[in-house]
Structures are given as structure tokens and as C-alpha cells.
Design a protein around this ligand. Structure first.
Ligand SMILES: Cc1cc2nc3c(=O)[nH]c(=O)nc-3n(C[C@H](O)[C@H](O)[C@H](O)COP(=O)(O)OP(=O)(O)OC[C@H]3O[C@@H](n4cnc5c(N)ncnc54)[C@H](O)[C@@H]3O)c2cc1C
Length: 344
């Protein structure tokens, strides 16, 4: 008997998170629940309260690295919250609506503004939470507001300003509060023009980023006035690896799972990269990816706790080495979920 027996139709039990993240690592979680509407969402919140288990919110897992498990967590997946409504130049999308689909669909309707998001994998909820974007703009620019959920409360509207979107950040991180639907106001433009723009941005991304390898996107935020990728490259770390985790040859701010990497190997590589860049440039990089772990020490390390020692980690010769170019290596492990559009 488990607290989710009556929700079997929307629950996966003892589920490996590697199957739900684009980088393909992460241990098993007790329950992964996929509510289909507001009422089921509230039931999940109540179960979390009754069981005392930690509740985590997952979109498509394209910006999240989950620690090796097992984890006594409830993961609330948004993938079935995928409604879409249009009123003139406004679109209202459910948290789990696929971002790539939204971008393409808006363009086909002659609604302009999402083109800078072309090629970015994920869900609408994850994109708002992370303020996804790139050199041509971010999702914040056309966001009007969102219907959000707090446990046990009625739906609440939060305007864009209250959602606090900044550089790859917002007030929504880790599902607090939970974005249920997001509303956007777009401009008008001929669909053909928008399609060409999207295609050119996607081509640019493919030329500069390892889009077909397993990753969680950019690992670090760009520091003011420079780029994290440049700093990592300058520190001589392209191709540097720990076990199956490797710094991309194509874009140094991407860490790839070249095969059977563990989360622990990715975390160790993140630490080494950060230490080396700090030694070389004096700049301490801040994480862009979300790290899910119950290990407080690791969490502090990953989230850039300044109080930690600045001594570089010693290298262990037999597990850490430089690898040949593995950027085009798509993992052959069977994946049933997570980033299903195959962009990562
Ligand atoms: C190959 C590749 C390329 C990428 N390129 C870019 C890029 O160019 N620009 C860019 O910005 N990002 C990029 N990313 C990162 C990623 O695609 C974006 O951050 C995306 O928005 C993540 O969406 P997601 O649904 O996968 O979020 P997840 O990884 O599932 O979640 C991210 C965070 O959002 C929270 N969250 C998710 N849904 C909700 C919700 N409904 N309510 C509240 N909180 C929520 C989660 O708890 C977590 O803290 C790239 C990733 C890959 C793999």
C-alpha cells in the first residue's frame, strides 16, 4: 500500500530520473506524478503534506541535473498540463506545453515574439522559471503573467513583474510557487518571415552548441562582460572529463554525458571547472543548471557557497582525463521520457 495507489493512472513508482532529464543522469525517485488538471494538482500537494515527502517540480528536465539516488521524493511532472488557448494576439499555455511546439505554433499563426526561443528544449513552465532565452531575447519579453498555485489555495494571478524574471532566474524556482498556465501577448508578422527567422536561429545554435549530445544546456551563467564558455576554454578545459562527464569541444559551457555518466561525475567536473576558471581568471562561475540533491554539502558547493574552501580539488589520474571529441555522441540508452523532441 502506497500513498499513490489511488493515483496509479498518473503515477510512476520508483522511477529513474535519468529517463526524465535531457542529460540522462539521476537516481530513482519514490513517485513521479503527472497531474492532468488543477484538482489532481491539489491532490498531489495534499499527499506531499500527508507523507512529509519532499515535492519537486519537473518540466522536461532540460536544465536539471538530479543526483544519483535513490530519493524519497515526489516529483510533480507537468507534462500532462498541456492546454493551449488563443485570444487574438494572446496565447495562454499550460505549464507542460512543449516550448518548441509553442514557438512553431505561434509562428504558424503569424504571432511574432517567440523566435529567440527557437531551438531551446523544455516546457513552458521551465522556460518561464528559468527565463529561457539567448542573444536575441528571452521569454520574459512577451510574458503578461501566470496563473500560479500555492498548496491548498485557490488559483492566483501573478503579473510578469511579480514573477520577477531576470537573467536565467525568476521567483518560481523549484516550483515555488507552481506555474499552472502562462499568458503571453505577441506581435503580428507573416508566418513565412517568422519561419525563416526561427530556422536561422536554430541553424546558429546547431553551429555553435552540441545540440545532439546529452546535456542540460549551459552549465554556468555568463559573468558580467564575458562568457562562461570563453573562460572555460581559456582555462584549457575543452574535452576535460571525469568518468563519462566531459566538457564539450564545441561549446565549453556544455557538460555532456558521453555515455554512462553518473550525476556524481558531473558534479565533480563542475567543481573542477569552477576551481580552474577561478584560478585562471579570478572569476567564480555561478551555476545556471538546477541541481537536485539531498546532500546539503553538495548543494552548498554547487550553489556557489562562498564560505567553502577555495583550494582546488586534486585530480585523480585514473578517473579524470581529456577525451577525444565526443560532442556528436548521442547516448544510445533507451529513453522513454524527458525532452521528447530530441533536441538535446
Ligand atoms: C541542448 C540544450 C540547449 C539549451 N539551450 C538553451 C538556451 O539557448 N537558452 C536557455 O535559456 N536555456 C537553454 N537550455 C536549457 C533549458 O532548455 C531551458 O532552461 C528550459 O527552459 C528548461 O525547461 P524545462 O521544462 O526542461 O525545465 P526543467 O529542467 O524541468 O526545470 C527547470 C526549473 O524550473 C522549475 N519549473 C519547471 N516547471 C515549473 C512550473 N510549472 N512551475 C514552477 N517551477 C517550474 C523546476 O522546478 C526547475 O527548478 C538548453 C538545454 C539543452 C539541453
Amino acid at each position: 500500500m502506497t500513498p499513490f495507489d489511488d493515483l496509479r493512472h498518473i503515477t510512476l513508482f520508483d522511477e529513474p530520473m535519468a529517463e526524465h532529464t535531457s542529460i540522462g543522469v539521476g537516481g530513482r525517485v519514490s513517485y513521479l506524478v503527472e497531474p492532468r488538471d488543477w484538482d489532481e494538482l491539489q491532490i498531489v500537494y495534499r499527499r506531499a503534506e500527508q507523507t512529509g515527502l519532499r515535492l519537486r517540480v519537473l518540466g522536461r528536465g532540460c536544465n536539471t541535473v538530479v543526483a544519483d539516488g535513490p530519493h524519497r521524493w515526489i516529483v510533480l511532472s507537468t507534462r500532462r498540463l498541456n492546454t493551449l488557448r488563443r485570444h487574438g494576439r494572446s496565447l495562454e499555455a499550460g505549464a507542460g506545453f512543449d516550448l518548441a511546439r509553442l514557438v512553431a505554433h505561434a509562428g504558424s499563426l503569424g504571432l511574432a515574439g517567440f523566435e529567440p526561443l527557437a531551438g531551446i528544449p523544455g516546457s513552458v513552465g521551465g522556460a518561464v522559471a528559468m527565463n529561457a532565452g539567448g542573444r536575441y531575447g528571452s521569454i520574459a519579453e512577451h510574458l503578461v503573467g501566470a496563473v500560479v498555485a500555492f498548496p491548498g489555495q485557490a488559483p492566483r494571478w501573478m503579473g510578469a513583474r511579480e514573477l520577477g524574471l531576470g537573467y536565467r532566474s525568476s521567483n518560481l524556482i523549484d516550483g515555488k510557487p507552481f506555474l499552472f498556465t502562462a499568458a503571453f501577448e505577441l506581435d503580428s508578422s507573416p508566418p513565412r518571415v517568422l519561419q525563416e527567422r526561427r530556422q536561422s536561429i536554430i541553424a546558429e545554435k546547431h553551429a555553435s552548441q552540441p545540440m545532439n549530445a546529452r546535456s542540460a544546456g549551459c552549465v554556468f551563467k555568463n559573468p558580467k562582460g564575458t562568457s562562461a564558455g570563453y573562460l572555460i576554454d581559456q582555462a584549457g578545459l575543452k574535452g576535460f572529463s571525469v568518468g563519462g562527464a566531459v566538457v564539450s569541444h564545441k561549446h565549453a559551457n556544455f557538460i555532456l554525458n558521453s555515455g554512462e555518466a553518473t550525476a556524481d561525475e558531473i558534479f565533480r567536473l563542475i567543481e573542477i571547472v569552477r576551481e580552474r576558471v577561478e584560478q585562471q581568471s579570478g572569476i567564480r562561475l555561478e551555476l545556471e543548471v538546477e541541481v537536485w540533491t539531498d546532500d546539503e554539502k553538495m548543494n552548498d558547493k554547487m550553489t556557489n557557497d562562498e564560505s567553502r574552501t577555495r583550494k582546488p580539488e586534486p585530480l585523480t589520474p585514473n578517473t579524470e582525463h581529456r577525451t577525444p571529441n565526443t560532442d556528436s555522441n548521442t547516448n544510445t540508452r533507451t529513453r522513454t521520457r524527458g525532452n521528447p523532441d530530441g533536441r538535446a
